[in-house]
Ligand binder design. Structure first.
Ligand code: ZN
Length: 259
């Protein structure tokens, strides 16, 4: 469990490599669950702690993020929060959000960032006072989500929004893909000593089954190939001419898809 300024965050590993997050507002005990793909682990946690559930926060419509919505809504009477523009794919949606909207969970406030690319209508939840971002499958540690529905230019716009958040922002993404992502990052820049150091940390954590998530935005800005589409010295080091952010992002994404 992570104790931030305003919220406690419980990180629950489910299925092969998903994380569900349960947020508890410290001052009111109001709760939210981010992307419940499944339910039993969530119910066990809440029941053990004698907590209810006030909100489900969905980042996007994929089954491993929304699969538990209806069961949890029936059990707890919680409100389902999702993107207004993706409402027909978010089961049980009650609260319709769009870019710039804010939502209060007790006294904790988050704002909505529209971050399409992995899917159309993907959103993130940013808790400004806690420097905590719940970004679903948009940004991963050393990686980013596949472009199932969006274009490279949409994803670049989304990643730039995330990149412009404070450096201290903690990235609570929805998957533990870091070790696999690190192999691709290392393939691109095998001589990067910062990356080598990070890979040792990742391996050490994973060998003890410790999450590598959350990751910190400042570190991702230095090491994540998918945030470096306009970093000319990086592109140079991987033998890529700079064309435009979206062209270069698209090329890096394609290399990863074929890796
Ligand atoms: Zn997804």
């Amino acid at each position: 469990m992570y104790a931030l300024n305003m919220i406690y965050i419980e990180q629950i590993p489910v299925m092969n490599d998903n994380y569900i997050y349960i947020l508890v507002d410290k001052s009111t005990n109001q709760t939210a669950c981010v992307d419940p793909g499944v339910t039993s682990e969530v119910i066990n946690y809440l029941d053990n702690k004698n907590l209810g559930l006030n909100f489900i926060l969905n980042t996007h419509h994929h089954a491993d993020h929304i699969g538990g919505n209806i069961t949890l809504k029936k059990r707890y009477g919680c409100k389902v929060v999702g993107n207004k523009n993706d409402a027909d794919r978010i089961p049980g949606i009650d609260i319709f959000m769009e870019e710039g909207d804010q939502l209060s969970i007790g006294n904790s406030v988050c704002s909505i960032l529209e971050v399409s690319g992995h899917t159309n209508g993907h959103i993130s939840y940013f808790f400004e006072k806690d420097f905590a971002l719940f970004c679903g499958d948009t940004l991963f540690s050393l990686g980013c989500g596949r472009l199932f529905e969006g274009t490279p230019s949409q994803m670049v716009r989304s990643l730039k929004k995330i990149r412009s958040l404070p450096d201290d922002t903690k990235i609570y993404c929805a998957h533990e893909y870091t070790e696999a992502n690190s192999r691709f990052a290392n393939y691109l820049t095998p001589d990067d000593s910062l990356l080598k150091k990070k890979i040792i940390e990742i391996k050490e954590k994973r060998s003890r089954n410790i999450p590598t998530i959350p990751t910190i935005l400042s570190e991702e800005k230095k090491l994540n190939p998918f945030l470096r589409f306009d970093d000319k010295s990086y592109l140079d080091s991987i033998g890529m001419d700079f064309m435009s952010s979206s062209v270069n992002f698209g090329r890096i994404r394609k290399l990863k898809d074929q890796f």
